[in-house]
Design a binder for this molecule. Structure first.
Ligand code: NAP
Length: 251
């Protein structure tokens, strides 16, 4: 029987590539999104994984910054696929680009609630559905999307960097707490990846950004889905942060 994977923010960008990769790897996939405009995108991903890979997919609208929505997401998963959940990919995220004087409390709370609180909510709600069946031979896996912003600092993104550093702390602590119970917890800290997060940036600015990356180009969503695949298969790796970033944090 196929294993079950939930991905938050699975509708676009990195999440879309990860959703497709989960299907390719044979998981039944629960694709979460938040915006009404992303329903059709999520449905299209679900249809594609079903047709191409023969797995089942469930699309669930939920604002994962809210605990009650996370409860609904897990409940819908259990109703469709049963009590056992094998993989959780915490990927939903947003960013502000605002200096720390002008930013509002609502703006930074929104980033912390979406990028960090949702990861706390989802791990809290999903882990009971992992430890009920996980062991050394049947490992469950949590992968959290952090960012190079959580490893370094980024000007005008203090809230984002705080959330992404927090994710790394959460990852290491949960990895230790659940290592003996068959659950591995790791993080991916992408560098610059071509998604809607960069849609406001014009070509000249993109070229300038690319020139700051030692490898000389901006990454693709497939680079992050590939890192996810590695972590899903790496049975002796836990508590680690893997950072596909073109050499960005080496400078
Ligand atoms: P994106 O294209 O803007 O997609 C963001 C995804 O998160 C969408 O699926 C969106 O759903 C979902 N989302 C946002 N808020 C949500 C909420 N409250 N509840 C549920 N879903 C929510 O972003 P991306 O570039 O793929 O980023 C994905 C992750 O990678 C984020 O955690 C981001 O911080 C991280 N990251 C990205 C980069 C980069 O350069 N792109 C670099 C480092 C880290 P809707 O479609 O419904 O809006």
């Amino acid at each position: 029987m196929a294993k079950t994977a939930i991905i938050t923010g699975g509708s676009r960008g990195i999440g879309e590539a990860m959703s497709l990769k989960l299907g390719e790897l044979g998981y039944n996939v629960v694709i979460n999104y938040r915006s009404e405009s992303s329903k059709a995108l999520s449905d299209a991903i679900a249809e594609k994984v079903s047709k191409e890979y023969g797995v089942e997919a469930l699309v669930v609208k939920a604002d994962v910054s809210k605990y009650e929505d996370c409860e609904g997401l897990v409940k819908a998963t259990v109703e469709k696929f049963g009590e056992n959940i094998d993989v959780l990919i915490n990927n939903a995220g947003i960013t502000n680009n605002c200096n720390w004087i002008d930013i509002t409390k609502e703006q930074y709370e929104s980033v912390i609630n979406t990028n960090l609180m949702s990861f706390l909510h989802m791990t809290h709600l999903v882990l009971p559905h992992m430890i009920n069946h996980s062991d050394k031979a049947n490992q469950c896996c949590i992968i959290n999307t952090s960012s190079v912003g959580g490893l370094t600092g980024v000007i005008n993104q203090a809230d984002y960097c705080a959330s992404k550093s927090g994710i790394i702390g959460l990852t290491r602590a949960l990895a230790l707490e659940f290592a003996g119970r068959g659950v591995r917890v790791n993080a991916i800290a992408p560098g610059m990846i071509m998604t809607d997060m960069l849609k406001g940036v014009n070509q000249d600015e993109l070229n300038a950004l690319a020139s700051t990356i030692p490898q000389g180009f901006i990454g693709e969503t497939a680079d992050i889905a590939g890192a996810m695949e590695y972590l899903l298969k790496a049975t002796y790796v836990t508590g680690q942060v893997i950072s596909p970033n073109g050499g960005f944090v080496l400078q």
